[in-house]
Ligand binder design. Structure first.
Ligand code: AKB
Length: 336
């Protein structure tokens, strides 16, 4: 496999850690950007760690010296955080993405290569007006219900369009390159569950928080109702999805943004599995009105047939395997 130079923004986050570990184990050279210092273990896997804000020109200048093949633009303010400070959410999520699309363009032009831009979009781009509609609609397809109710969802949906705009516009400006200077591709992630990190600032966080608390013998007040249902995925599948989409031949892709699914338990079903693994776990359902509203506006599941058909997407972890082979051994070990 050709050794690639890969830039990851938000490399110190949940997805970033696993992605960095996998890419460096494959021999690629990774340049990482994050607001916060990485652990020594993760820093050792990087060619360089650029510390700072994705809105800061010095940070972008530091990254620009590399001839990058792929950018994984993970840095973002998640749904609950962005709802608490919408203007900051917009700055980080939209202006930050614009900065890196422009950087990708300049890099592509300089190297006369197409820079692949991998974008983690989200089920937050969907907005379903009522619970009755949510039950009625079931699995959503990529082009349905695109009426997001959070700043984060609005930002991510707009970014999907920005990515398409930059890819298509610059394809017209650089006809010598079949894919243009930017080859933008994205997946709409469901809630991700990692055995190694607890997310912050998201609204799907109730599931990972529930199991991490139980493993630490701490009670947990789940901030959504027991019947709440959205899709989830184990982190290794999420990272593999991004990498497989990056590797897919351009002519097999019929769209730039794909749904990907794995399993979709209710919060109650999830709590039963946690309780079966940790019989002393204390889990209460204490819904928070605002966060519940966000979850109720997201679909109960997604139709990912386009990803399955175009680039062979298939989740390796169903709910049972996620618990038995990924979460329980690793989490138990982590808090032992
Ligand atoms: C969030 O809850 O904001 C994220 C997401 C579903 O995109 N985890």
């Amino acid at each position: 496999m050709k050794k690639k130079t890969i830039l990851i923004t938000g490399a110190n986050g949940e997805i970033g850690h696993t992605l960095l570990e996998v890419l460096s184990s494959q021999g690629h050279s990774v340049v990482a950007i994050d607001l916060n210092p990485m652990s020594d273990v993760h820093e050792a896997l990087c060619e360089e760690v650029i510390l700072g804000n994705i809105l800061d020109e010095d940070v972008i200048r530091s990254a620009e010296k590399y001839d990058v093949d792929e950018i994984y633009h993970l840095a973002a303010l998640l749904s609950t955080s962005a709802e608490r400070n919408p203007e900051q959410g917009h700055r980080v999520n939209v202006e930050g993405t614009l900065n890196f699309l422009q950087l990708a363009y300049r890099m592509g032009k300089r190297t006369k290569n197409s820079v692949k831009f991998l974008f983690p979009s989200t089920i937050a781009v969907y907005g379903i007006p009522s619970l009755a509609d949510k039950l009625d609609i079931g699995k959503v397809s990529e082009d349905d219900c695109l009426m997001p109710m959070t700043m984060y969802g609005v930002n991510k949906l707009y970014n999907e369009h920005l990515g398409r705009y930059y890819s298509e516009l610059y394809k017209r400006l650089s006809p010598e390159l079949e894919t243009g200077f930017i080859d933008f591709r994205g997946v709409r992630f469901p809630g991700l569950i990692s055995a190694f990190t607890v997310p912050t600032g998201g609204t799907s966080d109730f599931a990972p928080e529930m199991i991490h608390k139980a493993a630490q013998h701490q009670p947990y007040n789940c901030f959504v109702r027991a019947d709440s249902q959205i899709p989830f995925m184990a982190m290794p599948d999420g990272v593999r999805a991004l990498m497989e989409l990056a590797a897919a031949p351009s002519d097999s892709l019929t769209r730039r943004i794909y749904n990907i699914g794995a399993f979709a338990p209710t919060a109650l079903e999830f709590s039963h599995l946690v309780q079966a693994a940790f019989p002393n776990a204390v889990i209460n359902f204490v819904p928070d009105e605002k966060r519940q509203g966000i979850i109720d506006s997201w679909p109960s599941d997604v139709d990912d047939s386009a990803a399955r058909q175009d680039w062979g997407w298939f989740p390796e972890y169903d709910l049972k395997r996620t618990f038995d082979e990924y979460l329980l051994p690793n989490i138990t070990n982590r808090y032992a």
